[in-house]
Design a protein around this ligand. Structure first.
Ligand code: ADP
Ligand code: MG
Length: 410
C-alpha cells in the first residue's frame, strides 16, 4: 500500500512539475505573441529598440535587458539605449568578437551563461561603466535573412536560472525584433529617398521656370526689338537711315541666333556628365577661333560629382564661354587662346585666357561683360575679368549649387 501510495505520490509530483512547466511555457508564449506584436506595431526605429530591450527582460523575468547593435562598417558592437536612467552603457563599444555578445555575433549561435565570472569571454568594462553586476545572461543574435543587426540580451534571472525554454523564447522574439527593425529601416530609407526626390523635382520645376523667364527676357526681348526696328525702318525715307536700322536688325538677329544655339548646345548634351560638356566646349572653342588663325588649347580636369552639367548651369556656362570667345575674336587681336576647365567637389572653374592686347583702355559699350556677370550670379557663381598680358575671363561656381532665388533645402 505504502509503496503504491508512494509511487502515486511521486507520479503526481512529476505531473504537477510538468504542469507547472507547461503553464509557465504557455505564459511565456502568450507574452511572446504580445511583445512581438508590440515591437511590430511601430515604424519608429528608436521606439522598436526601446521596446525590444524592455520586452527581453520582461519575457524572461530578468533584471534587465540590452540590445547591442552592429556597426555595419567596423563590425563593432555598441549599446544605443540603456534600460535604466543614468547608465553610461552607451559609451561602451565592443570590438569584433569581444565579450560574450561579440562571440555570439561572430558565431551566430545563442548562448546561456550561468556564471559570467567563470566565463573568460565576459567583458567586464560594461559592468564597470554602468555600475551594474552581471551574474548570468542569455544572449541571442538579431538578424534578418541577409544581415546581422545586433545582439539581444536578458541579464540576471530573478528566480532560478535561464534554461533552454528561455533561450527558445528569446531567439523567437529576436526574429520579430529583426523583422520590425528591418521594416523600420526600409521605411526610413524610403522616406529619405522620397524627400530627396521631391527636393530634386522642386529644383527642376524652379529651374524650368527660370529658363523660361530667361528665354522670354533674352530671345523674346531681342525679337521684340527686331520687330519694332523693322516697323520704324519701314517708315524711314532716307536710304542711309534704313541701312542703319537694317544693320542693327542684323546684329540683333545674330545675337538671337547665338542665344538659341547656346540653348540648343546645353540641351544637346546627351550624357549628363562633365566629360561630355568639356568635349563640347572644346569643339565649340576650336571651331570658333581656329578658322581665324587663332590657336586653341584646352586643359580639363574633372571627376564624378553630385552636381551635373544640366539645366540653367549648363546653359549659362555655354553662354559665358561663347561670349568670352566672341570677345577674343572681336577685340583681342590674340594669336592664341587657352581654356582651362576644372570641376571638383568644391566647384567649377572655367578660365578663358588670350594673349592679345588686354582690356586696358577698353571703352566698348557692349553688354557682353555685364551679361556674363549676371549669368554667373544666376547660377550662384562669380565672374572676374583680369587683364595683364592679354585678357582672362574667370568663372567660379561653387558646389553644392545654390541658385539665388531658388529657395530649396537639400
Ligand atoms: N578679350 C578681350 N581682349 C581685349 N579687349 C576686350 C576683350 N574682351 C572685351 N574687351 C573689351 O571690353 C569691351 C566690352 O566687352 P563686351 O562687354 O563684351 O561688349 P562688346 O563685345 O559688345 O563690345 C569690348 O568692347 C572690348 O573693348
Ligand atoms: Mg562682347
Amino acid at each position: 500500500m505504502t509503496t503504491t501510495r508512494g509511487k502515486t505520490g511521486s507520479k503526481s509530483l512529476e505531473s504537477t512539475r510538468g504542469e507547472r512547466r507547461a503553464n509557465r511555457r504557455l505564459r511565456q508564449l502568450r507574452a511572446l505573441i504580445e511583445m512581438a506584436a508590440l515591437v511590430n506595431s511601430t515604424l519608429d526605429l528608436k521606439e522598436i529598440k526601446k521596446r525590444a530591450i524592455r520586452a527581453a527582460a520582461e519575457l524572461l523575468d530578468a533584471e534587465t535587458g540590452s540590445l547591442l547593435l552592429i556597426d555595419q562598417k567596423t563590425g563593432e558592437l555598441y549599446f544605443e539605449y540603456a534600460l535604466r536612467k543614468g547608465e553610461r552603457l552607451t559609451e561602451v563599444r565592443l570590438k569584433k568578437g569581444e565579450g560574450i555578445a561579440g562571440w555570439v555575433a561572430e558565431h551566430g549561435s545563442p548562448q546561456i551563461v550561468h556564471d559570467v565570472g567563470a566565463d573568460s569571454r565576459f567583458f567586464r568594462n560594461a559592468d564597470m561603466i554602468s555600475e551594474f553586476t552581471t551574474k548570468n545572461m542569455i544572449c541571442v543574435p538579431v538578424r534578418t535573412k541577409e544581415k546581422a543587426l545586433g545582439i539581444l540580451e536578458a541579464v540576471n534571472k530573478r528566480k532560478g536560472s535561464f534554461d533552454s525554454d528561455d533561450l527558445e523564447i528569446l531567439a523567437a522574439f529576436a526574429d520579430h525584433v529583426a523583422l520590425a527593425m528591418e521594416n523600420a529601416i526600409l521605411y526610413e530609407e524610403n522616406i529619405r529617398q522620397l524627400k530627396s526626390r521631391l527636393a530634386e523635382e522642386k529644383r527642376h520645376a524652379s529651374e524650368k521656370e527660370k529658363m523660361l523667364r530667361d528665354l522670354h527676357d533674352g530671345i523674346g526681348g531681342i525679337t521684340t526689338n527686331i520687330s519694332l526696328l523693322a516697323e520704324i525702318g519701314r517708315k524711314k525715307s532716307s536710304l542711309g537711315e534704313v541701312r542703319k536700322t537694317l544693320a542693327t536688325i542684323a546684329e540683333l538677329s545674330r545675337e538671337g541666333l547665338s542665344e538659341i544655339k547656346s540653348f540648343m548646345c546645353s540641351l544637346d548634351i546627351k550624357e549628363d556628365n562633365w566629360r561630355a560638356m568639356t568635349a563640347e566646349l572644346r569643339r565649340i572653342g576650336s571651331s570658333m577661333v581656329e578658322p581665324l588663325g587663332i590657336s586653341f588649347a584646352m586643359d580639363a580636369a574633372d571627376c564624378d560629382q553630385k552636381e551635373y552639367p544640366r539645366g540653367l548651369l549648363s546653359i549659362n556656362v555655354f553662354r559665358i564661354y561663347k561670349e568670352a570667345m566672341t570677345n577674343v575674336i572681336k577685340h583681342s587681336g590674340a594669336g592664341s587662346v587657352h581654356v582651362t576647365m576644372e570641376v571638383g567637389p568644391s566647384g567649377l572653374r572655367l578660365a578663358v585666357r588670350d594673349d592679345g592686347r588686354g582690356l586696358a583702355g577698353a571703352k566698348g559699350k557692349g553688354r557682353g561683360l555685364l551679361n556674363m556677370k549676371t549669368r554667373a550670379e544666376e547660377i550662384g557663381g562669380r565672374l572676374e575679368v583680369a587683364s595683364g598680358k592679354g585678357a582672362c575671363v574667370l568663372l567660379d561656381v561653387p558646389f553644392p549649387l545654390k541658385y539665388p532665388g531658388v529657395d530649396i533645402e537639400f
